[in-house]
Design a protein around this ligand. Structure first.
Ligand SMILES: [Zn+2]
Ligand SMILES: [Zn+2]
Length: 252
């Protein structure tokens, strides 16, 4: 199965090398496709697309399965980079479970896209995120640590994501998210979002605390070490087996 033919790749690269536009959103974000290559992985056969942009020097990427050019109803997941979670498997957050869940889901579909956005620690960077962790270690509560961690700039995330999807000429998407409100944000940036696919992770020894009612209190996530998790992805986790009640608590 081919995601892109060589001709399509060349066409996309040729078009993008001179691409300029008014930009998307408040920050007038504009991105360009810089490179495309095959990326076989343990989750499936993907292509990876590297982007540059006019706003930060971050190298955002799209991980693509199947034919997405001018395609309708393409399942799309937005993931924010988390070095400690994605790479090291940190248990201070659920980023790795969320990422693996998305890659596994899309790897099993005939088409889909994971946009891997390089905004570590909600855009404040790795060092500041580790500072926030350190504050928690010293006993600060989640509210204080969250203040230290900063609040993610959702508007910017969705502008970058929307333009990346436009660059890949995706006609319409199904957003893989547990938060219905997220569909609206991409729509506002000009993406046709036709449906939502719930993002439900498989239970494992690391996320089982989400399944236990006592650790989901008024939307806060407390792990089995008694530490509160900071929400590093823009989506709250839903693990197979969680009750409706627990899920609602995340979104109250
Ligand atoms: Zn542009
Ligand atoms: Zn994380």
């Amino acid at each position: 199965m081919t995601t892109f033919t060589h001709e399509q790749i060349q066409l996309l690269l040729d078009e993008n090398c001179c691409h300029e536009c008014e930009g998307v959103g408040r920050d007038k974000v504009c991105v360009r496709i810089e490179a495309i290559a095959e990326l076989p992985s343990r989750f499936g056969d993907f292509h990876i697309v590297a982007f540059s942009n006019n706003h930060d020097d971050k190298e955002h990427v799209a991980i693509i399965k199947g034919e997405v050019l001018e395609a309708e109803n393409v399942p799309v997941r937005l993931h924010s980079e988390c070095l400690t979670g994605d790479v090291v498997g940190s248990l201070r957050c659920d980023c790795r479970d969320q990422l693996e869940g998305a890659l596994r889901m899309i790897g099993g579909m005939d088409k889909g896209i994971v946009l891997y956005l390089r905004q570590e620690g909600r855009g404040i960077g790795l060092t500041n995120k580790i500072r926030a962790y350190s504050l928690q270690d010293q006993g600060l509560d989640t509210v204080e640590a969250n203040l230290a961690l900063g609040f993610r700039d959702d508007e910017r995330d969705y502008a970058v994501a929307a333009h990346m999807l436009m660059s890949m000429k995706v006609s319409s998407i199904k957003l893989i998210t547990n938060n219905p409100k997220k569909m609206q944000q991409l729509t506002e940036h000009g993406i046709r979002v036709v449906d939502r696919i719930p993002h439900i992770m498989e239970p494992n020894e690391h996320n089982r605390f989400y399944l236990e009612t006592k650790v989901v209190k008024s939307g806060h996530m407390i792990d089995f070490h008694g530490k509160e998790h900071l929400a590093e992805q823009s989506d709250r986790p839903i693990v197979q087996g969680m009750s409706e009640d627990q899920i609602h608590k995340f979104y109250d």
